[in-house]
Design a protein around this ligand. Structure first.
Ligand SMILES: [Zn+2]
Length: 442
């Protein structure tokens, strides 16, 4: 790969000091950042970019999503979470096909890369299709095949099949691909299945990506059945003895937060879904203060409508400020750090999420020369409060451009849109059954 030199940029490093460099240079060799600020005199660049007026930041991570679910965008609106499951999504998913996942994930990737998202933690079905799409797109991903763990004839796979999937793709695509177990949740999976999954995960060194504590009703049901909150139950059954991503964790009490922090659990906070379905306010400031790695997820577009991490950042902030009447909550770079650095850590990409020598060259360039950015009194405020996906000009993963000047270089947008529409039409023409039922108190 060519040596690349970025010049005259404003660089938001998200390093340990949160340094922001102005009129700065950044040198890339192969897949890594070799220098920033002072560039060694002997660095020979094959490609030099003048980024005057542009802002360079680490690429963003979507830490909890069901990427292929873009097919359900706007399908089940204005309803409670249980109706959304029972009357909307779990009817539609009875007609889910491999083809729908193949094209759905590619459509989602176009949307994500265009918005500066370089990696995603996916939790869905037909995951070999998703893995193949990750290989082709140049993105990073951590993939979990969703399983429920009982009854025959369901969409989903067995524990041995999951292990095989995990082993097939772990570390593939030059390390851009990681894999995990994906038991759906403590409210859909049996207690025994969760414990068995945890035991195999710990034995084989495999991570776990799971939903939990989404509603007060789920906590009440868990207390009634196990005398433990969902977080306590997952901890007790051994799921936190490996690298774990817990999506949502909205209803986490102080003891739950201590468990999450002490067990190094990664929480994927999904503000759009939580707000749109009036699910509650996650104690994010308390989690961060306790040392929990809280990352941001866009969830599936069926509940969030968009895979837009800039929107998730802002909603995460305003949700806390309004709920607490505290205009200082989650200030400064906090939301960007959650979306980038915490996201990279949640997915297990330890050399990504910050711009520093030796780190992977995973970065995005934002065109802040546009009128709606003027004036820039604060780079941080402009970035967090003003940036839309369309402002992302370039996207690089491991030293390779996935987008340059808004042109996608690895994904063929036209072909993807045609394939997606075709798969969607076939899916919508099928008679719908009931894929699953949500029976926990809302
Ligand atoms: Zn989810």
């Amino acid at each position: 790969m060519p040596n690349i030199l970025l010049k005259h940029a404003t660089i938001v490093t998200l390093n340990d000091e949160d340094a922001i460099l102005t009129d700065a240079d950044l040198a890339i060799a192969d897949d890594r950042i070799v220098a920033l600020g002072e560039i060694p005199a002997d660095f020979a660049a094959d490609e030099v970019l003048d980024l005057s007026g542009k802002i360079v930041t680490p690429g963003l991570y979507n830490a909890h999503t069901h990427a292929a679910m873009v097919f359900a965008r706007g399908y089940a609106e204005d309803m409670s979470l249980d109706r959304w499951f029972n009357e909307g999504i779990w009817k539609l998913e009875s007609a889910l096909s491999r083809d729908m996942v193949r094209w759905g994930v590619r459509l989602a990737m176009v949307e994500m890369v265009r918005g500066g998202v370089i990696g995603f933690a996916d939790h869905y079905f037909y995951m070999d299709e998703v893995a193949q799409a990750v290989v082709e797109s140049g993105m990073r991903a951590n993939l979990a095949w969703a399983v429920f763990g009982h009854e025959e004839g369901e969409v989903g796979i067995t524990v041995p099949e999951t292990v095989a999937f995990v082993m097939r793709w772990q570390g593939a695509a030059d390390g851009r691909l990681r894999t995990m177990f994906g038991p759906h949740s403590p409210y859909l999976c049996s207690d025994e299945f969760l414990a068995r999954t945890a035991a195999v995960a710990v034995r084989e060194g495999i991570g776990i990506h799971i939903h939990a504590a989404e509603t007060a009703g789920q906590v009440e049901a868990s207390l009634a059945q196990y005398d433990m909150t969902p977080i306590e139950l997952l901890h007790d059954r051994g799921l936190f003895e490996t690298h774990t991503i817990v999506a949502h964790a909205i209803y986490s009490n102080p003891l739950d937060i201590r468990i999450l922090a002490n067990s190094n659990v990664n929480v994927a906070h999904c503000p759009s879904t939580h707000l749109r379905y009036a699910m509650g306010v996650t104690p994010v400031p308390e989690m961060l203060a306790a040392g929990v790695n809280v990352a941001l997820g866009a969830d599936g577009a069926g509940s969030s409508v968009a895979l837009n991490l800039w929107r998730e950042m802002r909603l995460a902030v305003v949700m806390q400020r309004q709920a607490r009447r505290d205009p200082e909550a989650l200030g400064g770079l906090t939301p960007l750090r959650m979306a980038a650095r915490h996201g990279a850590r949640a997915l297990g990409f330890t050399e990504s999420g910050a711009l520093a020598p030796g780190y992977q060259a995973d970065l995005i360039v934002i065109d802040a020369t546009q009128t709606h950015y003027q004036p820039i009194h604060s780079v941080v405020a402009s970035l967090v409060w003003n940036t839309e996906p369309a402002d992302v000009q370039d996207v690089m993963v491991a030293g390779r451009w996935l987008m340059r000047d808004r042109k996608l270089l690895t994904l063929d947008e036209e072909t993807i849109r045609v394939g997606f529409q075709q798969a969607l039409a076939e899916m919508m023409a099928k008679p719908l059954g009931q894929f699953k039922t949500y029976e926990v108190g809302a």
